[in-house]
Design a protein around this ligand. Structure first.
Ligand SMILES: [Cu+2]
Length: 237
């Protein structure tokens, strides 16, 4: 019983958002609904800038690189993160390990999102030195050299935060780890679509965050076993 209690306690601590909101409570969701939709870019998207690869060219410059900080595909906004900001109770947080690859001197994926408490396995298959540097403000920052023999590095992200990552060796390497206060988190791909499943019936605020375009929120009401649609359009600031 005691052990069970401490597990519950650590799960609750893990889910306390930085703002001091009530902790998220995870459990079984019966007759939950789905929140789905699209994120579009409003206006004409600029062509992504080509990145200047000036170091370790034989490994890093095999494929041409473009700045990933604003990618729009057929009007769809890529790498936007969707969360529910005011959900207090819902499905369990499952902190499965996730992977961030540095292959070819680029972070894959450019934006990696997961619930807080997740361990991120950072890979270095390049056979050269990378140095992954997190610009965390809420979590403890890390700044780790990964010499060619260091193929993996595990980093646990305990608190919700959008964390900027840079490589101190390769100035163009840039990405984000986004840790969410609840399990309801998704990132858009080229389709610009997202889906959050097993959401208990109720009214919620859905938020989109994009590194260049900022935040946008909408209210949505979820009914049991039904799909609630919410579409976003993000404009350049
Ligand atoms: Cu690097």
């Amino acid at each position: 019983m005691r052990r069970f209690g401490s597990i519950l306690l650590s799960a609750a601590l893990m889910a306390v958002p930085a703002s001091g909101m009530a902790a998220y409570q995870g459990g079984d969701v019966k007759d939950g609904g789905t929140i789905s939709g699209t994120v579009k870019f409003k206006g004409n998207a600029p062509a992504p800038k080509k990145l200047d690869v000036g170091k370790d060219k034989e490994v890093c410059d095999k494929t041409p690189k473009v700045d990933q900080s604003l990618i729009v595909s057929d009007g769809n906004l890529v790498n936007a993160v969707i969360t529910i900001t005011d959900i207090q109770k819902g499905k369990k947080i499952e902190t499965k390990k996730v992977t961030l690859d540095q292959k070819g001197c680029e972070y894959h994926p450019h934006v990696l999102a997961f619930p807080a408490g997740t361990t991120v396995e950072i890979l270095n298959p390049d056979g050269i030195l990378h140095n992954v540097h997190s610009y965390s403000k809420v979590n403890s920052p890390f700044n780790q050299a990964m010499p060619k023999f260091k193929k993996t590095l595990d980093v646990k992200i305990d608190k919700p935060e959008a964390i900027e990552l840079k490589c101190d060796v390769h100035g163009w390497m840039h990405g984000w780890l986004v840790s969410a206060p609840t399990p309801y988190v998704a990132v858009t791909d080229k389709s610009g679509t997202f889906k959050l499943t097993d959401v208990p019936a109720g009214s919620y605020t859905v938020e989109v965050w994009h590194e260049k375009l900022g935040k946008s929120t909408q209210k949505v009401t979820v009914k049991p076993k039904q799909e609630a649609k919410v579409n976003f359009e993000m404009a350049a600031k």
